[in-house]
Design a protein around this ligand. Structure first.
Ligand code: AMP
Length: 284
C-alpha cells in the first residue's frame, strides 16, 4: 500500500489508472478506523481494480466548540488495518496541503443540511461538501462509499453529485453495530465505561420505535414523544438533541408515517454526541 500525502501526486496516479482503463473505488474517512469503515473498504475492494482510502480530519466541518483537536488520531493502527484489506493507496494529506493559505472556495448544498444535525452543527455540512468535492477532484473515483450511519451526510453528498454533474456513483452502506447494538463510531472512544453502557439507549429507542410501528402506530408526534420519554426515563443524564421522523429523501419532517421514512436520533452522553437512525418502508 502506498501512502500519498500530496494532492498532485494522487491526481497523477489516478489519471494513470484512468488511462489504463482501471476502475477506482474510494472511501473517504477521518481515520480512527473501525469495522464500520472497513465494511466500506471491503465493498470497494470487491468491486474495483484500485481502492483509495483517505484519512483527513477536516477542520472545516468542526464547530469552534467541537472536538477537532481531541478527535482520535491513530494513524499507524489505521495504516496496518488498511494494508490487511489490500487497499492500494492511503491518501493522507495535511491540513496545509488541502487548505493552503488563501483558500476561500466552498461548496454549499442549500436545503438538505438545514434539519437534523445541521441545526445543532451550523457550517458542518458546508465543511463536508467542500472537502468531499476536493477529494473527488483529487482521487477521481468512479464510485465512492458512504455509511448510512451518517444518513444526512449521505443524502447531501448524493444531492451534490447530482446537482454538480459529478460522474461518480455514490453507494450507501448499512450501519455496522457493536454486538449490543451501538452503532460503531470513532467517537465511541470518548465514552467512559458507564457512558458506554448507557449509549445502548439509542439502539433501544430504535427497537422501541420498530415495535410501536409494527403494532400500527403511524403518528410521528406520538412516536416522538414516546421515544423521548423512554430515553430520559431510562437514562436521565442523556441530553436529547433531536428525535425526528423525516422523509428519507428530502429529510423534511413527516407528521404521518408512510412510504420511505427515516427515524434519526442525536443524543449527548456527557460531552459525546451520538447519532443513530433507522429506515422504515411503510405501505401507502
Ligand atoms: P468518518 O471517519 O466518521 O468520517 O466516517 C467515514 C465513513 O464511514 C462515512 O461514510 C461514515 O458514514 C462511515 N461509517 C462510520 N461509522 C459507520 C458504521 N458504524 N457503519 C457504517 N458506516 C460507518
Amino acid at each position: 500500500m502506498r501512502v500519498i500525502e500530496r494532492c498532485d501526486e494522487m491526481q497523477k496516479l489516478a489519471r494513470s489508472w484512468h488511462k489504463e482503463g482501471l476502475s477506482l473505488g474510494f472511501v473517504p474517512t477521518m481515520g480512527a478506523l473501525h469495522e464500520g469503515h472497513l465494511s466500506l473498504v471491503r465493498e470497494a475492494r470487491r468491486h474495483h481494480d484500485r481502492v483509495v482510502v483517505s484519512i483527513f480530519v477536516n477542520p472545516l466541518q468542526f464547530g469552534p466548540k467541537e472536538d477537532y483537536t481531541r478527535y482520535p488520531r491513530t494513524f499507524e493502527q489505521d495504516k496496518s488495518l488498511l494494508e490487511k484489506e489490500n487497499v492500494d493507496v492511503l491518501f493522507y494529506p495535511s491540513v496545509e496541503e488541502l487548505y493552503p493559505q488563501g483558500f476561500q472556495t466552498y461548496v454549499v448544498v442549500e436545503k438538505l443540511p438545514e434539519p437534523l444535525c445541521g441545526r445543532s452543527r451550523p457550517g458542518h455540512f458546508r465543511g463536508v461538501t467542500t472537502v468531499v468535492t476536493k477529494l473527488f477532484h483529487i482521487v477521481m473515483p468512479h464510485e465512492a462509499y458512504f455509511g448510512k450511519k451518517d444518513y444526512q451526510q449521505y443524502r447531501i453528498i448524493e444531492r451534490m453529485v447530482m446537482d454538480l454533474n459529478m460522474d461518480i456513483r455514490i453507494t450507501p452502506m448499512p450501519i455496522v453495530r457493536e454486538p449490543d447494538g451501538l452503532a460503531m463510531s470513532s467517537r465511541n472512544r470518548y465514552l467512559s465505561p458507564e457512558e458506554r453502557q448507557k449509549a445502548r439507549i439509542l439502539f433501544r429507542a430504535l427497537e422501541l420505535a420498530k415495535e410501536c410501528i409494527q403494532k400500527g402506530e403511524r403518528e410521528s408526534s406520538v412516536l416522538t414523544e414516546k421515544l423521548k420519554s423512554f430515553i430520559v426515563n431510562e437514562v436521565p443524564e442523556a441530553r436529547i438533541d433531536y428525535v425526528a421522523f423525516v422523509d428519507a429523501l428530502t429529510l423534511e419532517d413527516v407528521s404521518r408515517l408512510r412510504g420511505h421514512v427515516l427515524l434519526a436520533l442525536a443524543v449527548f452522553l456527557g460531552n459525546t454526541r451520538l447519532i443513530d437512525n433507522c429506515e422504515f418502508f411503510l405501505e401507502e
